[in-house]
Write a protein that binds this ligand. Structure first.
Ligand code: ADP
Ligand code: MG
Ligand code: ZN
Length: 517
């Protein structure tokens, strides 16, 4: 019985732990990265996202007869840098290939890609998989990279008139070729074994680490939800100790980190049910459905032969000199994971503090705030405390980075507190002004007249007055109840209209009463 169905209904699955007690999973990840180059892979058309349909096209990317492609040098350099960052070898000489198939959104009827001569090959990426909720420990998994190759994106079809937006039931379709020809790098792992029941987590952690790395390389905006980073997840199961890999399925459409983990996990449990029933897995693509958490059958997966690959005759080979490759190697950023470890050490943050900072996307702003003169502890306090609270108030998707306050502002503001010019509540008022666009912290403090009274005579006078007016409280303090001083501090602050340093007021009250704090 074939398990190939075209319905969208859920299929049988085996509970995850049970599946893992009988089978060993193998996964393979194909990640497509849309490069952030200004122009397309083989023509000079612009690549900006969101332009009116078909306004960023030309004879080359529309596949008109006689149009000749030219390789985008920046895209090749990005490909080489990605390959180097993934510890790959870089080809001394490689060609593009035509991958022949028909899709209405691919006007040439072939995709210019690379096949047996990728620009980068044989690399690896070490991935730290964090501990999980069921008590699994953190571990490092080496993901072997088979290749990273250059290709071009297709256009985009919109199916109109149907209920679902799918082609079935649509009255007509529209094609936008703006995306056709945008440079893509496809990064393909080898079949990954040995992760066992942690395989879904390995998949997720790999895509997360890869995304960080690509972001650090500054080659793409790596937005999974906008499609500039796309992941296809291949999954198969085999009996433990078997020599031959099982038949794989390739799940498309997995456009969030969480979905990568869920889709791999789901396919493992579905494969187990098929195999348990004595059936064979049908090699096909599958579609991931975020809402229901299942995959459904896509199209049968053709083997490479069906694409009739052949070397692209219209493009010269790419032959980067070793010098050029070494110059590009010198532009690689520090590995993001190592960089985090180094910064955590420099800043003296605990693992938990660092993880919160990373998850909040605040590493860079804290780094810049420290560079601008704040202490690491103060920088963390501001960005993860007051500013995070304010960002939350702006809406669920807003982050500290959207507030419009800069690391230099925060360092300056913190300096005003450490210099004793502002107390915490005044600093928050100054922050209000900065966020309202009233200027830098110093400008806001000046304009709003916010400054702790430095005149000790005025503070002493207020202290004397409050002491004289509260003989009962004074008696309690003298009798040993030092906490009662809080009531007096409150009154002194009130008399000073908030413009006093509360710590200083406390000390002055105790000194005046001759009591030890
Ligand atoms: P395709 O042309 O089908 O996209 P690719 O070579 O680009 O093929 O990618 C196939 C991916 O599937 C690779 O990551 C590869 O390691 C992985 N893969 C191959 N065989 C298996 C298998 N039996 N189980 C799991 N993953 C596999
Ligand atoms: Mg592929
Ligand atoms: Zn073009």
């Amino acid at each position: 019985m074939s398990t190939h169905t075209s319905t969208g209904s859920a299929e049988a699955v085996v509970p995850f732990d049970e599946a893992m007690s009988r089978y060993e999973p193998v996964i393979g990840l194909e990640v497509h990265v849309e490069l952030g180059t200004a122009t397309k892979m083989f023509c000079g058309c612009a690549t900006g996202f969101g332009a009116d349909p078909n306004t960023q096209t030309c004879p080359v990317c529309l596949g008109l007869p006689g149009a000749l492609p030219v390789v985008n040098a920046t895209a090749v350099e990005s490909a080489i840098r990605i390959g180097l960052a993934l510890n790959c070898s870089i080809a001394e000489w490689c060609r593009f290939a035509r991958k022949n198939y028909f899709y209405p959104d691919m006007p040439k009827n072939f995709q210019t890609s690379q096949y047996d001569e990728p620009i980068a090959f044989d690399g690896y990426l070490d991935v730290e998989v964090p501990e999980n909720e069921s008590g699994g420990e953190a571990f490092t998994y080496r993901v072997e990279i088979e290749r990273a190759h250059m290709e071009e994106d297709t256009g985009k079809s919109t199916h109109v008139g149907g209920a679902t937006g799918r082609i079935h039931g649509a009255s007509h379709s529209l094609v936008d070729y703006n995306r056709a020809g945008i440079p893509l790098i496809e990064i393909v792992t080898r079949p990954l074994r040995g992760a066992g029941d942690r395989a879904p987590e390995v998949a997720k952690a790999y895509v997360a680490v890869l995304r960080d790395l690509l972001r650090a390389l500054d080659v793409s905006d790596v937005k999974m939800e906008q499609g500039s980073l796309r992941c296809d997840a291949n999954v198969s199961l085999m009996l433990p100790g078997a020599d031959v890999l099982g038949t794989r399925t390739e799940t498309k459409n997995v456009n969030s980190l969480r979905s990568v983990e869920r889709a791999v996990r789901y396919e493992m449990t579905r494969h187990a049910a098929v195999l348990d029933a004595g059936d064979a897995i049908f090699q096909e693509t599958r579609h991931w459905h975020e809402d229901t958490g299942i995959t459904t059958s896509g199209r049968p997966k053709s083997d490479a032969d069906d694409y009739r690959y052949f070397p692209e005759p219209d493009l010269v080979p790419v032959a980067p000199t070793r010098d050029h490759v070494e110059r590009l190697r010198a532009t690689l950023p520090e590995n993001p994971a190592e960089r985090r470890r180094r910064l955590q050490g420099d800043w003296g943050y605990s693992d938990l503090e660092m993880r919160d900072v990373v998850n909040a996307g605040a590493v860079e702003v804290i780094e810049e705030t420290v560079a601008a003169g704040a202490s690491p502890a103060a920088a963390r306090k501001w960005w993860m405390g007051e500013l995070a609270r304010r960002a939350k108030g702006e809406g669920p998707d807003s982050t500290v980075l959207d507030l419009g306050v800069t690391p230099a502002h925060i360092a300056e503001l913190d300096g005003l507190v450490t210099d004793g010019r502002l107390n915490d509540s005044m600093a928050r008022q100054v922050l209000d002004g900065v966020l309202a666009g009233e200027g830098t912290p110093v400008q806001v403090a000046d304009a709003r007249g916010l400054e702790l009274v430095q005149d000790d005579g005025a503070l002493q006078a207020a202290v004397d007055e409050v002491i004289a007016a509260n003989p009962d409280v004074v008696e309690r303090i003298r009798g040993g109840k030092v906490q009662a001083v809080g009531a007096l501090i409150g009154q002194v602050m009130k008399a000073m209209r908030g413009q006093a340093d509360a710590g200083k007021a406390r000390q002055l009250i105790l000194d005046t009463l001759g009591v030890q704090g």
